[in-house]
Write a protein that binds this ligand. Structure first.
Ligand code: ADP
Length: 909
């Protein structure tokens, strides 16, 4: 089976059913006698018999009458029996009719094979026994009828199989395909069922399932298991076929299992639906998991609750408790009543249930839960179940609280920040002003949104256009704007724009009026400062000295131009640098750092002198410097001001002066020695001249004649005058000698009184009046003081005016660190051009020795004594105006260190 076209088995409804036809036999023989005999025999056996003599008649009759059998002679006049058989069997209308060949007696044994080759069904050779003929004919007819019945039955089954909705697959014991119906081929996407014949069924099993199925196949074959199972098959086009299989074994005639036959039902769609369902179920679970949602179901009929693991965990249950009351009990007491009432409302509605509440777990922890459910109604519209989801929103809730706090904080900042904020849409239709903006501009948010706000703030149309352009742009940076406040005041301000995520914009403005004023103020201060600096720098740079400032760390803050020239630098290169950094040697730097530290500590200036080679010029010089503290407002040293003077030349001069001085002192000393010994030694012979000329005069007076008397008189006078000169000269040299240095205080008043007493005769003679104020006691040799008074008061009396009694006043006062004495007379005075000269040795203004005796040494001696004590002497006088001789003694040199300076109180006597 299976090797024939299934269509060939299809029953033709027009075909008469053989069972209902009379069993008719057609006897064909050209020998009338033979034909007659056979017809008689067969007719007698109850068969309907026809007869004809030629092959062509036989074919025509067979087609027409449809006999159950042909008894066909081989030797016929037109067509032989074989030919007739062949034609009969090749005609569909007659092919089922069995043919019994008969041949003449003994002649044609070779006919048998040929007859069989021409599909004849039987062969008999004369002589034929009537019973044999009848039996053979009957057997052949029955066989044909059986065959026909079987053929029809098979065709029915085949038709049934082919039309079956299920696939049918028959395989042999090795799994080789023996039959598949069209449905099976269709299920396997095979265009032709024939293509499957001979192929192993396991070729269609996916590799992974193959071994298992082979094993199952073997065991089913052995055990004749009638089972239903599901398999997966790989179709011709590669797609997968899911089939439900119902199989059983196929047995041979001996009852041995030789293969299996199975019915295949395509369940691919069901499987796919199942897969889709499974996937969507899985997706739902994943979605719930991802959303951290728990599920729950409240059965209102049974009053039970089922809930997912997550929902249970939210409420702190290990697994879902049965009653709604258990769940309600976990809701926070403050929320419980509300939630219960919401639940009732939802059930009664029936309406959606949507609530948020706190859950208080057994362990005391608390979470926020949001639950949403929908009611499921029965046919009467009554809610029988609530199905919903629950979500733990604690963290969102906390986030929300944080956000709420942040929003509050932001609001507080916005309202309190001293910065103008104006929130506006890019089309400039709505404005929201913060409090500062409202305060500065004077407009409320409400006012800003009523009418053309920008026209109020920027009344000038072109300015307004510019402002709008700027507000809509996102130009970076700040921009100066002049807004007009509600009260008309112009508000200078700076603005910047930013765009928010929702496309709105914020203008950030700062009222710059105060800042501008402060800036102007600052600018003025800076200008003043700069001016002061220029002045200071100008002043500091007029001096040839170096002027500079250090900070407390010894870094330069300033250097005057003179110093910068020497360094060959600009001020900016110097500021912040130390001496070391400017090229000074380490020792020099260290020395100044120590001195700066000392100035800072002692707050007193420090002086120094430093010989060194200038770093830039390499010129050696000697520099004298002073570091002085500059105190800050806190009384501490803020900076250290320094001045340095190049004293190289002065030092050189001083040095030469010193050596010249030494030389001079030496020469002076020699001269003094000479003058002293000359005046001293000359006195001796002079005294002889004087003594002997006086002796001559006494002894020979009257004998020398007038001329002699006169000459002798000259000699005596000359000798006396010379003696006077010598004694004055001696006094002069003594005045400079160091021998009689004072050891104790000398009371100047006592000395003056002694001098006045010594002049008593002259005083009386001239009726002079000598007065004095209070005089100090000084560390001066009394002889020296006496000499000075003697000479000056003597002169005051001597150079008196004619006819006027001399008035002399002596006073002393302390001023400028010295005692200044003055001796004033009302004498003849001295012309100013002689004021210097009169202090020279032997310098006299009056040569008339008769009237004004003298040697011209008095003032010279005074000067020598006074200068010896570090003082000086001068005269203030004019002709006929009287004279005041003044001289000073430095207090430092003439005061007793133990008693200090004397009182300066003055009085007249
Ligand atoms: P002498 O008095 O011996 O000439 P001095 O040295 O004392 O020398 O004085 C120098 C001169 O100064 C005097 O010759 C006199 O001309 C003048 N002289 C000094 N004292 C006075 C005085 N008090 N008034 C006017 N002239 C004076």
């Amino acid at each position: 089976m299976g090797e024939r076209d299934p269509s060939s088995y299809r029953s033709d409804p027009a075909e008469p059913r053989p069972e209902q036809r009379p069993r008719r036999v057609l006897c064909v023989d050209d020998n009338d006698a033979n034909r007659y005999v056979r017809m008689q025999i067969l007719g007698a056996a109850g068969l309907d018999v026809l007869g004809c003599a030629t092959g062509r008649d036989a074919l025509a009759l067979a087609a027409k009458e449809q006999p159950s059998l042909l008894v066909l002679d081989i030797r016929l006049p037109d067509l032989n029996g074989f030919e007739v058989c062949s034609r009969l069997k090749s005609d569909p209308k007659t092919k089922h009719i069995p043919v019994l060949h008969v041949s003449a007696t003994g002649e044609f044994d070779s006919d048998l094979p040929e007859a069989l080759a021409h599909d004849s069904d039987g062969y008999l050779r004369e002589p034929i026994e009537p019973a044999t003929l009848v039996a053979t004919v009957r057997a052949l007819i029955h066989t044909a009828e059986d065959r026909d019945r079987w053929r029809r039955s098979e065709a029915r089954y085949r038709r049934f199989l082919e039309q079956a909705y299920e696939g049918v697959w028959v395989v042999d014991g090795t799994g080789r395909t023996e039959y598949v119906n069209a449905r099976m081929a269709e299920m396997l996407k095979c265009p032709q069922a024939d293509q499957l014949i001979g192929r192993s069924a396991f070729d269609f099993v996916p590799t992974g399932d193959s071994n298992l199925l082979k094993a199952q196949f073997a065991s089913r074959l052995a055990g004749d298991a009638r089972e239903r199972y599901e398999v997966r098959l790989r179709c011709f086009d590669g797609s997968v076929l899911w089939a439900s299989v119902s199989g059983s074994n196929v047995f041979d005639h001996e009852g041995a299992a030789v293969g299996r036959m199975a019915l295949f039902t395509d369940i691919t769609d069901r499987k796919r639906d199942e897969e889709v369902l499974r996937e969507s179920q899985q997706r739902l679970e994943l979605a719930l998991e991802a959303a951290e949602l728990g599920t729950f179901e409240l059965d209102l009929v049974s009053r039970t609750v089922t809930a997912s693991q997550r929902t249970c965990a939210m409420f702190g249950f290990d697994r879902a408790p049965a009653t709604p009351e258990d769940w309600i009990a976990r809701i926070h007491p403050e929320d419980r009543e509300r939630v219960a009432s919401e639940l009732q409302t939802s059930i009664a509605g029936p309406a959606r249930f949507d609530t948020a509440n706190r859950v208080l777990r057994q362990n005391g922890s608390m979470v926020w839960v949001v639950a949403r459910a929908v009611p499921v109604m029965d046919t009467t519209g009554r809610a029988v179940r609530l199905v919903g989801v629950a979500q733990d929103v604690t963290s969102q809730r906390q986030d929300e609280q944080v956000r709420e706090r942040e929003r509050g904080l932001l609001r507080a900042i916005i309202d309190n920040i001293p910065v103008m904020l104006c929130l506006y849409d890019p089309r400039l239709n709505t404005f929201e002003l913060n409090q500062e903006c409202q305060r500065v501009l004077g407009w409320s948010t409400q006012e800003a949104n009523a009418g053309d706000f920008l026209a109020k703030v920027y009344p000038d149309p072109s300015y307004k256009r510019g402002a709008i352009e700027y507000m809509q742009s996102l130009a970076p940076g700040w921009r100066d704007m002049n807004a007009t406040a509600k009260n008309g005041e112009r508000v200078a301000s700076e603005w910047a724009n930013i765009r928010l995520a929702d496309d709105r914009m914020i203008g950030i403005g700062i009222d710059t009026r105060e800042r501008m004023a402060a800036r102007d103020e600052l600018l003025r201060a800076v200008q003043l400062h700069e001016q002061q600096f220029r002045m200071f720098d100008g002043v500091a740079s007029t001096t040839p000295d170096f002027v500079y400032l250090f900070d407390r760390q010894g870094r330069f803050l300033y250097a005057n131009r003179r110093l910068l020239e020497v360094w060959g630098m600009e001020l900016r290169d110097v500021i912040g640098k130390t001496c070391r950094e400017l090229g000074y040697e380490q020792w020099h730097h260290d020395m100044h750092m120590r001195e700066i530290a000392q100035v800072i500590e002692t707050k007193t200036p420090i002086k120094g002198e430093v010989p060194f080679k200038a770093p830039l010029t390499g010129i050696f010089g000697v520099y004298e410097y002073i570091f002085s503290p500059v105190l800050g407002p806190d009384g501490e040293v803020e900076t250290i001001a320094g001045t340095t003077r190049d004293v190289t030349d002065r030092k050189r001069v001083e040095e030469s002066l010193r050596s010249a001085n030494e030389q001079l002192t030496r020469v002076n000393h020699d001269l003094e020695q000479f003058a002293y010994s000359a005046s001293h030694d000359l006195q001796e012979p002079l005294r002889n001249v004087s003594a002997y000329s006086q002796l001559l005069h006494r002894r020979y007076a009257g004998t020398l004649g007038d001329d002699g008397e006169m000459f002798l008189g000259y000699i005596v006078d000359g000798a006396q005058r010379m003696g006077q000169l010598l004694s004055d000269l001696l006094a002069y040299t003594r005045a400079g000698s160091e021998d009689d240095a004072p050891v104790a205080l000398t009371d100047c008043e006592a000395v003056l009184e002694r001098v006045v007493a010594g002049l008593d005769q002259t005083v009386q003679h001239t009726r002079a009046v000598i007065t004095h104020s209070r005089l100090p006691s000084l560390c001066i040799h009394p002889g020296h003081m006496q000499q000075v008074f003697q000479n000056l008061i003597g002169n005051a009396l001597k150079y008196r005016k004619e006819g006027e009694a001399p008035r002399v006043h002596v006073r002393a006062e302390a001023q400028n660190g010295a005692w200044q004495f003055s001796i004033t007379d009302n004498g003849i005075g001295i012309a100013p051009e002689y004021h210097e000269r009169i202090f020279g040795m032997f310098k006299r203004l009056h040569s008339d020795t008769e009237k004004y005796s003298g040697t011209g040494m008095g003032l010279a001696i005074c000067q020598r004594i006074i200068e010896r004590y570090g003082g000086r002497v001068w005269v203030e006088s004019d002709v006929a105006a009287g004279s005041t001789f003044r001289f000073t003694f430095p207090i430092a040199r003439t005061s007793d260190a133990t008693t200090g300076p004397l009182s300066t109180a003055s009085g007249s006597r």
